[in-house]
Design a binder for this molecule. Structure first.
Ligand code: NAP
Length: 269
């Protein structure tokens, strides 16, 4: 059975790719939907298809989440609509160009969407979820969160933010009834790649997952109570060892004296 709290799901970046599949899957699980993206036509078409198929109510709110006024409108919805029980922070932009050939304006646009919008929408939703003692926040990160060498570094940094922010949210909110999940997809067959600057056809087929399989695995991970879901990773023990190494370091990362290897003769000694 689904561990999702029922209630409407607000999904950003729902007009295509991963977000559109979340919309369909969450409606099939019994959630009403609020779909957000810039392309009204695509959202309207999807909304009609999903409500015909599932009978769920599907509302569409066109918004550019890198625009402050548009973002504020969606924050208002999250603050005021008490029927919302699920926030899927999915809208995001990527880049494949290395630092020296990247446009700084485009990098800033990417951070506004991948980091700032996700952060503000979470701040808008979380207090209501805590007050009602239930709610689910699904944040779409990426494997580049732990492999920033793979694509553009600003993109990797933005997705590392999403992972770290999700871990912190889980730490603060899990005992208040809020479920948090960070999803780390590998290459997924969507428009993302064309927008990011590398056509999907240029990727080796064996590293690319369908958006349907990716979302179904992510929702299975959510049902299994995972804070972090990496749909493609064959052996969960690999993630658990990585996470255990991080936890082991935590008590030793802040101390009075520098480590012996730096051979500092401390004035504090
Ligand atoms: P996609 O098909 O290009 O979808 C991106 C979605 O975000 C679209 O619905 C787009 O709709 C929306 N969007 C873009 N800019 C927006 C803005 N300024 N305001 C509001 N909505 C905006 O790509 P996708 O693969 O499904 O990407 C979804 C998420 O998955 C992203 O966060 C991406 O970083 C992450 N991800 C993707 C992959 C992959 O290989 N595909 C891998 C790891 C992580 P409009 O154009 O209509 O606004």
């Amino acid at each position: 059975m689904s561990t999702l709290s029922k209630g409407a799901a607000l999904i950003t970046g729902a007009s295509s790719g991963i977000g559109a599949i979340y919309a369909q899957r969450l409606a099939r699980r019994g959630h009403d939907l609020i779909l957000v993206a810039r392309s009204r036509d695509k959202l309207d078409t999807l909304a009609r298809r999903i409500s015909d198929e599932t009978g769920r109510s599907v509302e569409v709110i066109p918004a550019d989440l890198s625009d402050k006024a548009d973002l504020a409108r969606i924050e208002e919805v999250l603050r005021n609509d008490q029927s919302i029980g699920v926030l899927v922070n999915n809208a995001g932009l990527g880049a494949t160009a290395p630092l020296l050939s990247s446009d700084i304006g485009k990098m800033e646009e990417m951070l506004a969407l991948n980091v700032n919008a996700l952060m503000r929408l979470t701040y808008a939703a979380a207090p209501g979820f805590v007050a009602r003692g239930r709610g689910t926040i699904i944040n779409i990160s990426s494997i580049v969160a732990i492999g920033p060498e793979v694509l553009n570094g600003v993109y990797g940094g933005s997705k590392a933010f999403v992972l770290a922010f999700s871990q912190s949210l889980h730490h603060e909110l899990s005992e208040k009834g809020v479920t948090v999940q960070a999803v780390l997809p590998g290459a997924t067959a969507t428009d993302f790649w064309g927008v990011a600057g590398t056509p999907l056809e240029h990727l080796p087929a064996e590293i690319v997952m369908s958006a349907e399989d990716m979302v179904d695995a992510a929702l299975a991970g959510l049902d299994q109570g995972e804070l972090v879901t990496i749909p493609a990773l064959p052996d969960l023990a690999d993630w658990q060892a990585y996470e255990a190494a991080r936890q082991k370091m935590l008590p030793n990362l802040s101390r009075t004296l520098p480590a012996d290897r730096y051979k500092v003769v401390s004035k504090a000694a």
